[in-house]
Design a protein around this ligand. Sequence first.
Ligand SMILES: Nc1ncnc2c1ncn2[C@@H]1O[C@H](COP(=O)(O)OP(=O)(O)OP(=O)(O)O)[C@@H](O)[C@H]1O
Length: 291
Amino acid sequence: MLIVFNPAAGARRRRRLSRALEALARAGIPARVAETRHPGHATALAREAAGDGVPIIVAAGGDGTIAEVAAGLAGSAARLGILPLGTANVLAAELGLPPRPEAAAAVLAAGRAALLRPGLARFGDGTERLFVQMLGAGFDAEVVARLDLGLKRRLGRGAYALQGLRELARYPFPPFTAVLDGEAVEVASAIISKGRLYAGRHLLAPAAVPGESGFQVALFRPGGPWRAALCGAALPLDLLPRMPGVTLRRAWHVRLDGPAVPVQADGDPAGRLPVEVTEAPGPLRVMLPAG
Ligand SMILES: Nc1ncnc2c1ncn2[C@@H]1O[C@H](COP(=O)(O)OP(=O)(O)OP(=O)(O)O)[C@@H](O)[C@H]1O
């Protein structure tokens, strides 16, 4: 087993990594740790290990690290493991993975494998990016792009709320077009989600089923800061899907086009419009709790 560890993800991560390693050692599972040195490095480390036939490659970090490791596993037989050490850890919550390092290690040692179907984003300049949980364009991506990393380290998820308040005052909310399986809608923001949860454990798309093909797409009708502020207030109450002006649609192919509004993928800045989103060519197998 190889553990790809992102030292820049989350807080208190080294201690949590050690606890997981001790638990794996007690279970008699040999594990090697490779530390990432820069963004994108996790993909290269995972690809090399998958090519060497390592059976389980673990992403030790947040959703961004999982997406990078998943990109490196594409086309291989290696299974994806998750040690949730990030800030929001949305996919871990979605899959019901335990946050305690000892319990997460037990899943790696004796869990079962289930299918995971990442999304693939293709940007106008030809670059491609895999995502495991969600891709957002518009206001949330602006918040992610302008988030101060020192603030994120100190406040964790609270930093997103604070940055959101700051952006309400300055983001211009330009409308853009979302084309869902050929049908166009004008929106101020869109979130293309593989799962039910968003920004931690908050409800975004109740109908989503992990491992299912396609996406749930949350469309936010054009509007300004007041509408965005109401959505922000509804999120921690799990009322976002029921807000007026928010529509949820199922789709398999989504194109977002218009002014160059920012895009985030799994909580990291990813680029700008236009972007086309489809399912990644092959599913992965991810380790889940047994039973
Ligand atoms: N050694 C490194 N130094 C700086 N950045 C890194 C390094 N290794 C990976 N990264 C980048 O760190 C970013 C954040 O990682 P990740 O998303 O896993 O953590 P997080 O943001 O704390 O968690 P979450 O996405 O769950 O909120 C990723 O975009 C990744 O490319």
